[in-house]
Design a protein around this ligand. Structure first.
Ligand code: PGA
Length: 246
């Protein structure tokens, strides 16, 4: 039985005071519940704060990116081992903002997933098509190309990853994929994962892109959707907790 995982992606938002309040509200509002997991992926400088606020709670935390390199002359980069030192369980890799704004290639994303696992983190590998790609009928080709790079790089470690389908046209736009649109892609991803490795058939598949309290239940009710990766709505404790309970 696959459980449900809801992960907040704060992106480049927050500040010490705001974070204190948000983390305290999440901690107070979330009870451990079997088969349900909640996590927040925060900016690097606040990993210590998430660790301090959430240690001993039922909420996990993680980074939004990691370097594909272990150490060395990579100014401005943060390694997976560094993130792990702050108690991270997760690292998002290949978010569409990283791919489009920072030029991350499929190969770089795959290398980041490998680096995360090597440091004991669970990579949350993001895939998703742009609006232009969807309209050109290229959704399947794009998401499978993105997934296959990670499948090839991880080999037998694939089953330890999480995959998030985030259609780029739905991120931060208020335009959510319909449950049927999301489920179609999730089914495809599930089939590809299980064909690559039977153990990967149960990899958690998260949907991301304008998930809100009022659409989460319908999305999470789909057979191949195991939770969500939530941006904007993860910055408000009540909304995020409502999504997590959906
Ligand atoms: P959104 O972002 O929920 O604000 O659309 C999702 C994401 O980018 O992970």
């Amino acid at each position: 039985m696959r459980g449900k995982l809801v992960v907040g992606n704060w992106k480049m938002n927050g500040g010490l005071r705001q974070n204190d309040a948000l983390l305290a509200d999440l901690r107070a509002g979330w009870m451990a519940s079997p088969g349900r997991e909640l996590a927040v992926c925060v900016p690097y400088p606040y990993l210590w704060q998430a660790q301090a606020a959430l240690s001993g709670s039922a909420i996990a935390w993680g980074a939004q990116n990691v370097s594909e390199h272990a150490a060395g002359a990579f100014t401005g980069e943060v390694s997976a081992a560094m993130a792990a030192e702050f108690g991270c369980r997760y690292a998002v890799v290949g978010h569409s903002e990283r791919r489009t704004l920072f030029g991350e290639t499929d190969a770089a994303v795959a290398a980041k997933a490998v680096a995360a696992l090597a440091a004991g983190l669970t990579p949350i590998v993001c895939v998703g098509e742009t609006l232009r790609e969807r309209e050109a009928g290229a959704t399947e080709t794009v998401v499978l190309r993105q997934l296959d790079a990670v499948v090839a790089a991880l080999g037998p470690r694939l089953s330890a990853a999480v995959v998030a389908y985030e259609p780029v046209w739905a991120i931060g736009t208020g335009r959510t994929a319909s449950p049927a649109q999301a489920q179609d892609v999730h089914r495809l991803l599930r089939a590809r994962l299980s064909a690559a490795d039977v153990a990967a058939a149960d990899v958690p598949l998260l949907y991301g892109g304008s998930v809100k309290a009022d659409n989460a239940k319908a999305l999470f009710g789909c057979p191949d959707i195991d939770g969500g990766l939530v941006g904007g709505a993860s910055l408000k404790a009540d909304e995020f907790l409502a999504i997590a309970r959906a």
